[in-house]
Design a protein around this ligand. Structure first.
Ligand code: CO
Length: 134
């Protein structure tokens, strides 16, 4: 069972420039930058009325976001995150139905301090999907 959309993530080459652009061109309210070394990213959240958009900049070239930016140098939509009531049950269902979880399948703590998994884009409509324990 899939729940609400938690966030949509956009990869960017320069998070400060991206924040300035969003602020100036849309008037959006944006959080401070957080550093998440275990995910290899800097992150900031654009607040929308019904959710948030996450801006992601790679800390260095070893980040998975860096590979994405090689193919999309101007940045672009990177993933969609959904809340789920039972992350382990959702993962087990995905695997039973032939889907793959990135990084070996064990949940990791995501940007919001909650366990998350990522579904292989090739196994779900060509788009990276994150599931987060609600
Ligand atoms: Co995310």
């Amino acid at each position: 069972m899939i729940g609400s959309i938690n966030h949509i993530a956009i990869a960017v080459p320069d998070i400060r420039a991206a924040m300035a652009q969003w602020q100036a061109r849309t008037g959006a309210e944006i959080s401070n930058i957080q550093t998440l070394p275990e995910h290899g990213v800097y992150v900031a959240f654009i607040r929308a009325e019904n959710g948030k958009v996450e801006l992601l900049e790679p800390i260095d070239d070893s980040s998975p976001i860096a590979k994405f930016l090689e193919k999309n140098p101007d940045g672009g939509m990177h993933h969609i995150c959904f809340d789920v009531a039972d992350l382990i049950a959702s993962r087990d269902r995905l695997i039973a139905e032939g889907g793959r979880v990135l990084g070996g399948g064990e949940p990791r703590i995501g940007a919001h301090g909650k366990p998350v998994i990522f579904i292989h884009p090739k196994d779900l409509t060509g788009t990276l999907i994150e599931l987060q324990q609600a």
